[in-house]
Design a protein around this ligand. Structure first.
Ligand code: C2O
Length: 550
């Protein structure tokens, strides 16, 4: 194991896409940001220097941060943001984890432009549970706004309504040939492949608000990993990937081929009622020319893959139900078979009262809000982890996050609406090593919508999911406690529920939230406090000396 040093200079850079040039916040001037490669067991030392006017904070999505809680990164949860002219060193060891991760800004909407792959290879001489691929390629999905992202942020936060939607989705930062202007400028990611080889595609959804269908024309892929955890391999033509999720797939190229170029494309899955970006991003899969291909092939029209309808919830549910942990001798799992604490959380969109002196765009002049158990989370203006560690939580947060919905949930009728939720900075407390079950139920006044729920500091097992209302009498009997998938971001199904379990073995303050940025900014988030255990390595360590101040 080695220590790898990176310097991330956060600075402005002019970037042009879709014939629009704008100055935007980047790491080291690149969009997407630089990839990080490491091996399991390595230490990462990443110095982040802020040279922009925005406050900045970076998060290493999916990394558990065992004994490095101060490096997790969500602003006002585990640290104060890094102010202009200041720096902070994120210093953490990659223990017990390998696979596809990503890093992104974790403050307001800055992750629109600040994100990049974080790839952890297995230790030397530790093989994958599948044949070694010929090559490995990160495919990171994102979004592009023609206007200044700053304007998007302000619109979202001030109007109490929805932000304007993105102008394009991107694959490795490029929108691809299906957008007019981008076609002229040749802004297309091209993956050049050899015939008859196996490629590992590391798919990462870093988009702010787009859950995506992804497919490659005339090719199927084999899913082998989700959120950096191996799964029982299964074949599919179309992958579904939500913001915050990563999926590794094996792509076997054709032994011989008639046509040498194929489109791979992604576009959103969406069931809500608001406006959204329904455009299609694409990249090109191009075979190296061999004697069997003629130059004519390069001018043949590109075949587009077939993608499901925008609101095809049945496809999503069927795809999601295929994930299973390997759960074998080499890759055992430890699923909580019994639980010490069970929680039932409603998650959804709704409204809250409009603040005085403001005009709000919600129904009847209310402000749009998103909530968990009818509480719309408000970020404090100092670090919760720091307040907790120094026992100064007074005025920062309260310990009364409701363990069940404030508006009583009717298990047999229609979901309650979330109108006029309350605001608060409330946490739920877990004893060290408690085995925890959380049932997350989608409820919404804006139409049922899926919510990619992400938990910091942990992976969890998805033991059950279904449509309609969770039935506490019947549904637990159907849980999979043998080989459930393990992950860090799960879609709460549109109009349905999901049940997750984990052992609370990582002390600290851990954010849990919807990975749709618009829902996150409306308050669909909460925080857990996991108490210290008895042993020294089960206690929250003191903060590093350079921890930013608010
Ligand atoms: Cu990738 Cu709290 O997020």
């Amino acid at each position: 194991a080695i220590t790898r040093h990176y310097t991330f200079d956060v600075r402005l850079q002019n970037v042009t896409r879709l014939c629009h040039t704008k100055s935007m916040v980047t790491v080291n001037g690149s969009f997407p940001g630089p990839p990080i490669y490491a091996r399991e067991g390595d230490r990462l030392v990443i110095k982040v220097i802020n040279n922009v006017n925005n406050n900045v904070s970076l998060h290493w999505h999916g990394i558990r941060q065992v004994q490095s809680q101060w490096a997790d990164g969500p602003a006002y949860i585990t640290q104060c943001p890094i102010q202009r002219g200041h720096s902070y060193v994120y210093n953490f060891t990659l223990t017990g984890q390998r696979g596809t991760f990503f890093w992104h800004a974790h403050i307001t909407w800055l992750r629109a432009t600040l994100y990049g792959p974080l790839i952890i290879l297995p230790k030397h001489n530790v093989p994958y549970p599948f044949a070694k691929p010929y090559k490995e390629i990160p495919i990171i999905f994102g979004e592009w706004w023609n206007s200044d992202s700053e304007a998007v942020i302000n619109q979202a936060l001030q109007s109490g309504g929805g932000p304007n939607v993105s102008d394009a989705y991107t694959i490795n930062g490029l929108a691809g040939p299906l957008y007019n202007c981008s076609q002229k400028q040749n802004e297309t990611f091209k993956l050049k492949v050899k015939a008859g080889k196996t490629y590992l595609l590391r798919l990462i959804n870093a988009a702010l608000n787009g859950e995506l269908f992804f497919s490659i024309a005339n090719h199927s892929v084999t899913v082998v990993e989700a959120d950096a955890l191996y799964v029982k391999p299964f074949k599919t033509d179309i992958v579904v990937i939500a913001p915050g999720q990563t999926t590794n797939v094996l792509l076997k190229t054709k032994p011989h081929h008639q046509q040498s170029r194929f489109l791979m494309a992604a576009r959103p899955y969406f069931t809500g009622t608001g406006t959204f970006d329904n455009t299609t991003t694409a990249a090109i899969l191009e075979y190296y020319t061999t004697t069997t291909t003629t130059s004519k092939d390069h001018h043949a029209p590109l075949i587009r893959p077939t993608l499901p309808a925008i609101n095809d919830t049945a496809y999503v549910a069927n795809f999601t139900s295929k994930f299973r942990s390997l759960a074998n001798d080499k890759f055992p799992i430890r699923v909580p078979q019994t639980v010490d604490r069970t929680f039932f959380f409603t998650v959804g969109l709704g409204t809250s009262p409009c603040p005085k002196n403001q005009t709000c765009q919600g129904p009847n002049g209310t402000k749009f809000a998103a909530s968990m158990n009818n509480v719309s989370f408000v970020l404090p203006n100092t670090s919760m982890l720091q307040s907790y560690f120094f026992k100064k939580s007074n005025g920062v947060f309260t310990y009364d996050f409701p363990t069940s919905p404030l508006i009583k949930f009717n298990y047999t009728g229609t979901p309650p609406n979330n109108t006029m939720v309350m605001n608060g900075t409330k946490v739920a407390v877990l004893r060290f090593n408690a085995s925890v079950e959380v049932v997350l139920q989608d409820t919404s006044i804006l139409g049922a919508e899926s919510h990619p729920l992400h938990l910091h500091g942990y992976n969890f097992f998805v033991v059950g999911q279904g449509f309609g209302n969770f039935d506490p009498k019947k549904d637990p009997a159907k849980y999979n406690l043998v080989d459930p998938q393990e992950r860090n971001t799960v879609g709460v199904p549109s109009g349905g529920w999901v049940a997750i379990r984990f052992f609370a073995d990582n002390p600290g303050v851990w954010f849990m939230h919807c990975h749709f940025e618009v829902h996150l900014s409306w308050g669909l988030k909460m925080a857990w406090i996991v108490e210290d255990g008895k042993l020294p390595n089960q206690k929250l360590p003191p903060p590093p000396a350079d921890l930013p101040k608010c």
